[in-house]
Design a binder for this molecule. Sequence first.
Ligand code: PLP
Length: 350
Amino acid sequence: MNRDFNLERLVRANVLKMKPYSSARDEYKTDGRKMTFLDANENPFENGVNRYPDPQQGKVKEVLASQKGVPVSKILLGNGSDEVLDLIFRAFCQPQVDNVISLPPTYGMYKVLAGLNEIEDREVVLTLGFQPDVEAILQKTDEQTKLIFLCSPNNPTGNSFSESSVEKILKSFNGLVIIDEAYIDFSTERSWLERLQEFPNLVITQTLSKAYGLAGIRLGICYASEEIISVLNKIKPPYNVNELTQQRALKRLSGPEEVNREVQTILQERELLRTNLSKMPFVKEIFPSDANFLLVRVEDAGEKYEELLEAGVVVRNRSNQQLCENTLRFTVGTPEENKELLKKLTQLTA
Ligand SMILES: *Cc1c(COP(=O)(O)O)cnc(C)c1O
């Protein structure tokens, strides 16, 4: 265990002192009686969304709690995981004083949010096998290091971080360790959710944007100790997850078979893409993937990227990221889209 962990020491002083804003919907909690609501200055004429949404998203959290085996008190929802990550910065990082650690090549939002919040982002590049360099990470930490971001499976490399490396970081670092599991539903590795209760400094973020197919509704999920969730609840905007999003999320979560079917198809298609890509003469390396995309090293990524655009296919050129020279990131599409991609790639080489 992490014996020196002290959450109060990590929270920004102003946040520690704050009382949460109490909205009309926070103050009156329904007890099942039919009430007349004249408390929130809403337009009273019903149209389905004339009322403010549930600020605690109780129904969505209850479904997540039962599906993931985590109590509601350890869940916070946000307007995408990007909002959740921003709340974590704002709750724990003092601008111009504190620092965080991220491990490039990785998801770009950690750096953007660090910049926005005036927090130093200390980068510790992944090893050549795209694993965390645990010793170098721990050496980079000091008294002002509040957060370490681990993205597993990692974007854009696609691999998962080894359980022993992550565990070492969780046990040795006294700030918060944020494990971004945006792609966990595509992975063969188990989620860190199963070990949430072991680590008081563990924060896990997930999202409905990828496997669940709901990028457009913006729903991000944060799992952490009750104490950490209470801090984040104090500073979150009261109605940060809108009513339409809550309804749509509930509908999708209540049909997990469809999500599973789609994920299985995506995984089969990913392997089909891998097989076919590996036969192409300009493909140098296809990295292992636990996600719904493949990072591929090619000959002249810039040229291939432009030629694909010309042919009407948009992929991501990741070549300017560390360790990713001449790489393209292909998101797995529908079977038809993948066939089209492969056909167009063959035409490029011809
Ligand atoms: C796509 C992605 C997210 C998703 O963010 P949302 O705001 O929930 O859409 C988070 N983290 C990583 C690493 C991603 O690639």
